[in-house]
Design a binder for this molecule. Structure first.
Ligand code: HSE
Length: 337
């Protein structure tokens, strides 16, 4: 399986590390031996080697391609469309920064790959949040896979649970904590009395936050995930802008302490049904299971007709976690083809 990676930030770099560290294990357990043939970023351009790039070297030079040695092509201003159409690769991995307003330029690139009969794994949320029905149709028409596990709850398999593990049931609605940055901030503000700014700086340092953290703190990242869940679980496309969305910007450490004194804890909660969705900070009673989900963890409670409530809790953000989702999606494609 030849991989082409777009985006070489926190997630892309973690993926390289994971592929490198796990190479023997993936080969031994699954007979899976992927090679990374290309990496593209907006600032560095294209690094390409048809026989596979050296992962150890890539790890070492991060996004400074000039330091990469060995046979390769480095093009600062490549025609990415042409590479996606003609390039010798099997799977496009889209890990560039999310734009929840337009979904671009990632959506065009994903379309280009799908129509060129390449599989796509995306952790970029914009294209799925805004254009899932169209992209799924394109994948079907061209007989390829479109996978997006890492777009919701990073490496914690929310999509696999909802779409595969619970395929026999009907999901009536859900409630969840779907943003790691804000959950980490609220935890640090309450438990370590950090200021909002200090907590945000820590979340950024841990690689939880989006390139523009406004999307996290104002609720748009969580809303984007609600859009993805609405389209994938309910078959109801609903853009983030069509939901009622607010964030945590108005909360201070003092607000959290006051809530705590009343036996409550603030969480940024997503509520979603086929009829609509909302994202808002809620002071949950401590007896609510979501109130115990701390730090960078996320949680989702699915309300099903056959099993009642099913809850999944796990890591919701960060490079290694999101790269794990990519690797799981690649393994799913490997099993299927
Ligand atoms: N910025 C996101 C979060 C990353 O904090 O949850 C994972 O989608």
């Amino acid at each position: 399986m030849r991989l082409f990676l777009i985006g070489f930030g926190t997630v892309g770099q973690s993926l390289i590390t994971l592929l490198h560290q796990r190479a023997d294990d993936l080969q031994a357990r699954y007979g899976f031996a992927p090679s990374l043939v290309g990496v593209y970023t907006r600032s560095q351009g294209l690094l390409y080697a048809p026989d596979g790039l050296d992962l150890a070297q890539l790890q070492a030079c991060a996004a400074h391609y000039a330091q990469y040695e060995g046979p390769h092509l480095h093009d600062f201003q490549p025609n990415v469309d042409r590479t996606l159409r003609d390039g010798g690769y099997d799977v496009l991995i889209e890990a560039s920064a999310t734009d929840l307003q337009t979904g671009q330029p990632a959506t065009d690139r994903i379309e280009r790959a799908l129509t060129s009969r390449k599989h796509v794994v995306t952790v970029n949320k914009g294209p799925i949040a805004l254009y899932y029905p169209r992209l799924r149709e394109l994948a079907r028409e061209h007989g390829v896979h479109l996978r997006y596990e890492g777009t919701v709850m990073a490496g914690t398999p929310s999509m696999a649970l909802a779409l595969e593990g619970l395929a026999a049931a009907r999901i009536r609605g859900l409630r969840g904590i779907l943003n790691g940055t804000t959950n980490y901030m609220l935890t640090q503000m309450e438990q370590e009395s950090l200021s909002y700014e200090q907590a945000l700086a820590q979340a950024q340092a841990l690689g939880y936050a989006e390139a523009d953290p406004t999307a996290d703190v104002d609720g748009w990242d969580a809303a984007g995930k609600a859009s993805i869940l609405s389209a994938a679980l309910f078959g109801v496309p609903r853009s983030p802008q069509a939901m009622s969305v607010s964030g945590i910007r108005h909360l201070s450490a003092a607000d959290l302490a006051e809530a705590r004194a009343q036996g409550r804890r603030y969480k940024l909660v997503v509520r979603l049904t086929p009829e609509g969705g909302q994202v808002q900070a809620e002071a949950l009673p401590l007896s609510d299971p979501l109130a115990g989900v701390m730090g960078g963890l996320n949680a989702i409670t699915l309300e099903t007709d056959l099993l009642g409530e099913v809850t999944l809790i796990g890591s919701g953000a960060g490079g290694t976690s999101t790269a794990t989702a990519i690797l799981n999606d690649l393994l799913a494609i490997h099993r299927a083809v």
